[in-house]
Design a protein around this ligand. Structure first.
Ligand code: SF4
Length: 326
């Protein structure tokens, strides 16, 4: 597969061990344009179909009834979330095809501080030891945190679990994300006032991640307190296996009712403004992927809160807490 490598032995072992003859490959949304090439390549291992529902993460894989005509599913690109049961699903990580010898960047302890916490997504994990060595040569101690509850590897983060780098808060001056995009470094920015940097490998540079935490918190506090003014609250439960927080939702409904609110559960697979904005509720609390309420709220007409924000608005919590699925 162009620009990526994967462990073909892991795929072969799964096929052999589980007696897989027919399997479907669930391709991440961002790699769908490679779907045809992936199917052709994976056909060497068995009868291979493309499962054309995109996957937004390791939290999002098909259930038994959706895959009854195949023996198993390969969820491509993501590492398994250790505390989620997944029957007949193989999580096959994809790694960026980059030689550690080509890594290059300039940095100094004046910018990053003497201690930094390195973190990344699955695709760049194999490069972390080499980056750590290069930082050491520049006089910077790079620390790689233990896996979180939802991650498999040291230094790995998900949008819903940045506990690997954040557990090092007491030891580091800064955080350094390896990769592109804002989604994952912003997850850390929400948790800390220390500087967060990003190493863009292709651009060979380390830059500060822009995030106005004070503005973010002010906005979220404001949204949290809107719950005091409303009556009808919809509590969203997402049925994707790794987003399903029914216990959180039912406990929250009980608390909302104790505060005089009318609370109902909304059960959904894909959450969208087209459904929720016309649901008749005054406000939505989302127990699905935390980043929907924290970042996509802007697309919704109704105020959307995380469970922690709802509790803060009701006076059940004193401090603001970022929602993570831990
Ligand atoms: S819950 Fe959200 S952030 Fe976590 S893996 Fe799923 S899509 Fe990613």
């Amino acid at each position: 597969m162009k620009n990526y490598t994967y462990d073909a032995e892991k795929l072969k072992d799964w096929i052999k061990k589980d007696g897989i003859k027919k399997f479907a490959v669930q391709v991440p949304a961002g790699l769908m344009h490679h779907a045809k090439a992936i199917r052709e390549e994976f056909s060497a291992f068995g009868d291979c179909y493309i499962y054309a529902e995109p996957s937004f993460g390791a939290c999002d894989f098909p259930q038994k009834q959706q895959i009854q005509y195949v023996d198993g599913v390969v969820n491509l690109g993501h590492a398994r979330i250790p505390n989620i049961t997944s029957e007949r699903v193989l999580f096959l990580e994809l790694y960026a095809d980059i030689s550690p010898n080509t890594l290059s960047f300039e940095c100094s302890p004046e910018v990053l501080g003497k201690h930094t916490a390195l973190f990344t997504t699955v695709q760049y994990l194999p490069l972390l030891p080499s980056i750590k060595e290069k930082l050491k040569d520049a006089g910077i101690n790079a620390h790689i945190g233990r896996p979180g509850k939802r991650t498999m590897y040291e230094g790995q983060v998900l949008g819903c679990d940045v506990s690997s780098p954040c557990a090092l808060a007491g030891y580091v001056d800064s955080y350094l994300f390896v990769g592109d995009g804002d989604f994952h470094p912003h997850g850390v920015c929400m948790q800390t006032s220390k500087p967060v940097f990003r190493y863009r490998i292709n651009e060979r540079k380390i830059e500060r991640v822009q995030f106005d935490r004070e503005r973010f918190l002010k906005k979220r506090y404001g949204i949290a307190y809107t719950i005091q003014k409303v009556t009808d609250v919809g509590v969203v439960v997402c049925v994707k296996p790794g987003q399903l927080r029914m216990h959180t939702a039912t406990a929250l409904c009980d608390t909302l009712r104790q505060h005089g609110k009318k609370a109902q559960i909304i059960y959904a697979n894909n959450i969208s403004p087209a459904i929720l904005d016309y649901s008749g509720f005054d406000l939505i609390v989302s127990t699905a992927c935390p980043r929907i309420a924290l970042e996509d709220y802007i697309n919704y007409k109704l105020p959307m809160l995380t469970p922690q924000e709802a509790l803060l608005g009701l006076g059940e919590k004193k401090e603001y807490e970022i929602d993570q699925i831990l």
